[in-house]
Design a protein. Sequence first.
Length: 297
Amino acid sequence: MNPIEGMLREGSLKEKTIIVTGGGTGLGKSMARYFLQLGANVVICSRKLDVLEATAKELETETGGKILPIACDVRKTEQIEGVISASIEAFGRVDGLVNNSAGNFISPTEKLSYKAVDVVVDIVLRGSYYFTLALGKYWIDHQIKGTILNISTTYSWTGSGWVVPSAMAKAGVLAMTKSLAFEWAPYGIRLNAIAPGPFPTKGAWDRLFPEELAKKFSFENRIPLKRTGEHQELANLAAYLLSDFSSYMTGEVVTLDGGEVLNGGQFNFLKDVTDEQWAAIAEQIKNTNKPSRNGGE
Ligand SMILES: CCC/C=C/C(=O)SCCNC(=O)CCNC(=O)[C@H](O)C(C)(C)COP(=O)([O-])OP(=O)([O-])OC[C@H]1O[C@@H](n2cnc3c(N)ncnc32)[C@H](O)[C@@H]1OP(=O)([O-])[O-]
Ligand SMILES: NC(=O)C1=CN([C@@H]2O[C@H](COP(=O)(O)OP(=O)(O)OC[C@H]3O[C@@H](n4cnc5c(N)ncnc54)[C@H](OP(=O)(O)O)[C@@H]3O)[C@@H](O)[C@H]2O)C=CC1
């Protein structure tokens, strides 16, 4: 496969200031890089300031764009408000938010302590609605037509065992996306979401596909398109959803997963049937049909 290129034309996010939570690592970092390349001012925030500062330095050198790293635990409202006021001070205003911060790990649910469930739900659900609420109030007060992109998962729809706190929290984020897309549409505020399939990042792989598991299962085999996602593919979609090109779209959840979620199709197990078997099956079904066509049983 050829390397995936940036999709939008230069300057597509010019004059926009976008906050990316969890923007120091993984997919958040890849989105931040592309937003900078498209001319946005970017604010990245998460718990680890040293990681954010290293990312900011790297991306600034690479893109020549303006990026501000700020420490913020998305479970703390005063820290979120601090990020918003520091962003306004640095760039004049805020136009976009990516709720990308997350916590997650695989575990049998009955082995989780109450705190282990809380930690994931609080980062994902509480963090997303705290940030959304704080920015929404600012946008409504200042008549700014802001845009929010929530990073969800495909199992928000289907549910999934062994990641139950994450599934509960991400499903809540989806409900918020659709509910507020309607309620805040009169203010011109848009909310959309991406449901990514597997995109290799250290954060996700260490906690969801650890070596012990990777030795036994081939994840690529579960994916109809037989590969994991490229970060630029997700960054392209994210930039589109934050740009004015998507200004007629709100309340939408776009799945980007190589077809992985379609595995649930009831007859998809037939992918292993050979051509010879298909010929025999067709013959058998036709023979069954014959008597009924001739008026028989
Ligand atoms: C296709 C892929 C879909 C991907 C989706 C994603 O979201 S990928 C994104 C992936 N990226 C990330 O997740 C990035 C951020 N993630 C993190 O920082 C950590 O994974 C965190 C979420 C645990 C928070 O860390 P922290 O330092 O704030 O918390 P802490 O260490 O204090 O633990 C709190 C409680 O959890 C308990 N506990 C922990 N592990 C396990 C376990 N394996 N088993 C059982 N329990 C476990 C721990 O014992 C404690 O409970 P206790 O004993 O006190 O009752
Ligand atoms: N990679 C994948 O295959 C998939 C990822 N996703 C979603 O994509 C997003 C990015 O995940 P990914 O890049 O893979 O993983 P990462 O672990 O790299 O990203 C998670 C980010 O969240 C930040 N974070 C965690 N806790 C907090 C907190 N309390 N306050 C603020 N920030 C916090 C972390 O920074 P810090 O530690 O500094 O706080 C980190 O930068 C997540 O929403 C994830 O659920 C969804 C489906 C698949």
